[in-house]
Design a protein around this ligand. Sequence first.
Ligand code: SF4
Ligand code: SF4
Length: 271
Amino acid sequence: MDNANLKPSMEGGLEKPTRHIIDWKNPDFLNEEKYEEELRRVADACHGCRRCVSLCNSFPTLFDLIDESETFEVDGVSYTDFDSVVDHCYLCDLCFMTKCPYVPPHEWEIDFPHLMLRGKAIKNSKKKISFRDKVLASTDMLGKMFSRYFVSGFVNFFNNNKVFRKLLEKFGVHRNAKLPKFVSKTAKQLNLTNQSNTSKFKVAIFTTCYHNFNEPGVIKDFYDILKHNDVTVEMITDDNCCGMPKLELGNIEEVGKMMEKNLPKFKNSLI
Ligand code: SF4
Ligand code: SF4
């Protein structure tokens, strides 16, 4: 490598973050030896920095593992114990986007969320995703089943019933966890379209599973604001789930398929 091209080392980067693509089709992506090497390199940087301790549960879990190890260093943490760090990350991207001074183009190239996603993808490739997580991540399937006339009231009643919640706990859902309510009429069934003859603006609404099946009022409010401002509105009705819950389980292949199905529908809606 030509050392003349290397930037002088800085404590932290001051440039805007550069995102590298997720190289998930590369065979090395699921190579656990290479992943562990990168995991320990990044964990060591985080151990010396600790800026992100208040962002989520991933970082305190990582720091507790290090502080409670025999060496008080990353080498004292067993590889399998890092699983809990990966599980606590919900890929919000806060650490990368707002906190970390060592993201690319800084020479340390720290990308904690993408590293966590790689850990999740490895877990998924080893078929270690629980049945509960698979069901809960199928938000579109649950919504289609439960957001119906009569069925929604039935499901909401049981989700608030203490005896049923004790049974549901055996399936891995904590009895006090707040569950989303299902509706009898989804956002897509509200026929929210507006054709403006005077406006040059058009908005196509992608409801998302949550707002379609659980909180259609938010979509209705959004539609009312657009209509009030004389904007043409079209509701995308033949889309599918964006795949975010499955991304959080590391099922990148399935997310890619969902994206491929959604993209042409999004493009058609904006013509
Ligand atoms: S991306 Fe993950 S690790 Fe980073 S702040 Fe969000 S939850 Fe925490
Ligand atoms: S992700 Fe960056 S800012 Fe956050 S603890 Fe690790 S090195 Fe520090």
